[in-house]
Design a protein around this ligand. Structure first.
Ligand code: GAP
Length: 449
């Protein structure tokens, strides 16, 4: 087995060729930083989301889920600090007019503008080789739109830059309707938008992406303890999906932390372009609820019946980019194996993540085989995604399913007409077993579990 790292070029081309990810508006030349998920991509992404939702909402009796609007009152983004501070430093090459993120160009994490200016001036333009930079300016990443027919300042609204703000604004609604006591969490999966100056590295830095965020409201006195519990828990969860050797923690330096964070750690994944942030775990202190309380005029405090204390809860946040996790799962699962003279590409997805769970493959297109194969398809489909494929040689169809990462292939052959049994091939071992059609559904279920 060859687990040597897949290159970014291989990954992008694989994702397109096998129907996982397409460039958005490809027929019009594409849009930078936007992608569409194809038939297998949407399945894989939904499966990742399902695992996350189970891990957050279903196994914890103190976490519930919500789905808040993408566009909220613009005041939300003033209160959150995004209108004022959610920006990246940008610089333009005066020769070719190309725009860059200054910190990425200088390859530094967080330094002040005078220092960054000195560093950027050491570099030539990567696009044209020129050496004539504009001043560095801050560029706000919030995407703007207008609500209603008048496109004036009063109609400005923002597409959400992070999903968690809809959780803070619903703090009291969720607390009251679920009768939750601290500590309790609220989880949400949804789209977020950032007008990134230089989107890139495929799904890694997009302008429209998906976040899965959980905000745990806590008593300030237990914040540190709950923060370290979640930090460890999140790493353990990633280790159930990804190779442990490709995961690591990174602590944010004081200058690097977002405006809301008292403590911040990343879980990084070893992407084809190196270790980079996949999830952020933050102690946000009382920033969110106190700011929303101040800006909305609504008190967002908590009264603890036992201690008779009234206080503003702190927030411990876990925030993972679904697209980055999707990219990590693709890179982690991609395997090349030597089979005789051939190299087979196989995606070793966990069965729970595999986009297609079973492929039903009639050995030939003869009507009697097609009829039985359709019956087999109906027996096992419904709860899980099953593919039916009767084109090309059986060998080619196996290889195709290996590349999609389908755990089981069910072949219906001429003996099946006599013995009411089918051959089931395991993706990883390539071993084949003869199974009675009457037992197929429970066999498939036990294999996938
Ligand atoms: N609510 C906290 C928050 O939004 P963040 O570190 O800015 O924190 C959280 O973002 C996660 O969202 C990141 O760890 C990353 O996985 C994902 N993310 C952020 N910007 C992204 C982008 N431009 N494209 C894809 N994913 C992104």
């Amino acid at each position: 087995m060859n687990k040597s790292k897949i290159t970014m070029e291989q990954l992008v081309s694989y994702a397109k060729r096998r129907g996982f990810v397409f460039q958005a508006s490809e027929i019009y030349g594409g849009v930078a930083g936007m992608y569409d998920f194809g038939p297998y991509g949407v399945e894989l992404k939904n499966n990742i989301k399902k695992l996350w939702w189970q891990e957050m909402v279903y196994i914890n009796d103190n976490i519930s889920g919500i789905d808040s609007a993408i566009i909220q009152s613009p005041k939300v983004w003033e209160a959150s600090g995004h209108v004022e501070r959610f920006s990246d430093p940008m610089v333009d090459c005066k020769s070719c007019k190309k725009r860059f993120r200054a910190d990425k160009l200088a390859n530094v994490d967080s330094v002040d503008i005078p220092e960054l200016t000195k560093l950027v001036n050491k570099f030539d333009c990567p696009n044209c080789g020129g050496h004539d930079w504009t001043d560095i300016r801050q560029f706000n990443l919030l995407m703007k739109t207008f609500l209603g027919p008048l496109e004036d300042d009063n109609a400005v609204a923002y597409l959400r830059g992070e999903t968690c703000q809809g959780i803070y604004t619903n703090f009291d609604n969720v607390r009251e309707t679920t009768r939750a006591k601290l500590p309790f969490g609220v989880a949400q999966i949804g789209k977020a938008f950032r007008n990134e100056i230089t989107p890139g590295d495929f799904l890694f830095r997009q302008r429209e992406f998906e976040q899965a965020e959980m905000q745990m409201f806590v008593d300030p006195e237990s914040a540190d303890k709950i923060f370290s519990q979640w930090k460890e828990r999140r790493m353990k969860w990633h280790e159930t999906i990804l190779d442990k050797g490709n995961l690591r923690f990174r602590e944010h330096g004081e200058n690097e932390r977002a405006h809301y964070a008292k403590d911040a750690w990343d879980i990084e994944y070893n992407f084809p372009f190196g270790f980079k942030e996949m999830e952020g775990i933050h102690n946000r202190g009382d920033w969110d609820l106190s700011r929303h309380s101040k800006f909305s005029g609504k008190e967002l405090e908590y009264f603890d019946e036992e201690s008779k204390k009234r206080f503003t809860p702190w927030v411990i946040e876990t925030s993972v980019g679904m697209d980055r996790l999707f990219l990590a799962v693709l890179a982690d699962s991609y395997t090349e194996e030597q089979v005789g003279e051939e190299t087979r590409v196989v995606m070793k997805f966990k069965p729970s993540l595999a986009p297609v769970k079973v492929a039903v493959l009639p050995l030939s297109k003869k009507p009697e085989l097609s009829k039985l194969s359709r019956e087999v398809f109906e027996i096992i489909s419904g709860d899980i995604n099953v593919e039916y494929d009767e084109t090309q040689s059986i060998g080619k169809r196996y290889r195709r399913q290996d590349e999609i990462g389908t755990p089981l292939c069910v072949t219906v052959d001429f003996d099946s007409l006599e013995d009411n049994a089918v051959t089931v091939r395991d993706r990883d071992t390539m071993k084949q077993e003869r199974i009675k059609i009457a037992e197929l559904k429970s066999y498939v279920q036990s294999k996938l579990n």
